[in-house]
Design a protein around this ligand. Structure first.
Ligand SMILES: N[C@@H](CCC(=O)N[C@@H](CS)C(=O)NCC(=O)O)C(=O)O
Length: 201
């Protein structure tokens, strides 16, 4: 397997984490996003959207972190990370959609604005985050994991940009159920550390 990766990306980290939790070996190819390598023709052949992560496995190419998590869980996870019953599938899809929408436009956008100084709307990112986090905290006050009785790809999809929220000046302090759930993920066998913003220096 080959992962086209950008170290600081939370979406790429999701895939690195999943591969590690599954104990799968892979080759990592760093894409120089700052230099625009993700918009060059060679990369657009892999993903016309020009975004990382991209995964190549057995001549198949997959883009989008949620889609890649579904592929890895189905191909290598023996129905543990993505159980095949209708209830689990629907619950997991809910959280994958939340990761692509509210989390991407909320805490992820806030982090990109603060780390890379991009001219996006920080107030809007904070507003989306402030609506979302109480919902997740409330959910986790009643559930040990997001979508099932055990960890699933829903948790892996949602975890990174919440755990990295401080880099967007978002304080998780009051959300004690979220913080407890983060510790559960960080205690999983083969957990790997989050990307460090200091890696930019
Ligand atoms: N929905 C996609 C979003 C991917 C995405 O936004 N990737 C960012 C890095 S985190 C990227 O490639 N940005 C570079 C660009 O769009 O130019 C996913 O979940 O993989």
């Amino acid at each position: 397997m080959i992962l086209y990766d950008f170290e600081l990306s939370g979406n790429c980290y999701k895939i690195r984490l999943m591969l590690s939790l599954l104990g799968q070996d892979y080759e990592k190819k760093s894409v120089q996003v700052a230099a625009g390598e993700n918009k060059a023709e060679a990369f657009l052949q892999l993903n016309p959207k020009g975004e990382v992560p991209v995964l190549e496995d057995s001549d198949q190419i997959f883009a989008d972190s949620g889609a890649i998590l579904v592929y890895l869980a189905t191909q290598y996870g023996e129905q543990y990370w993505l159980p095949c019953d209708a209830v689990s599938q629907a619950r997991i899809q809910y959280w994958l959609a939340t990761a692509s929408n509210e989390i991407q436009h909320g805490p992820s956008a806030a982090r990109v604005i603060k780390l890379f100084n991009v001219p996006w709307d920080y107030a809007q990112a904070v507003q989306i985050t402030d609506t979302l986090l109480p919902q997740i905290d409330q959910h986790l006050s009643q559930h040990h994991w997001l979508a099932a009785e055990h960890v699933t790809i829903a948790d892996i999809a949602v975890y990174p940009y919440l755990a990295l929220a401080e880099e967007g000046d978002i304080n998780l302090g009051v959300y004690r159920h979220i913080r407890q759930w983060q510790k559960q993920i960080e205690a999983l066998p083969n957990y790997i550390a989050l990307p460090q913003a200091t890696a930019m220096a």
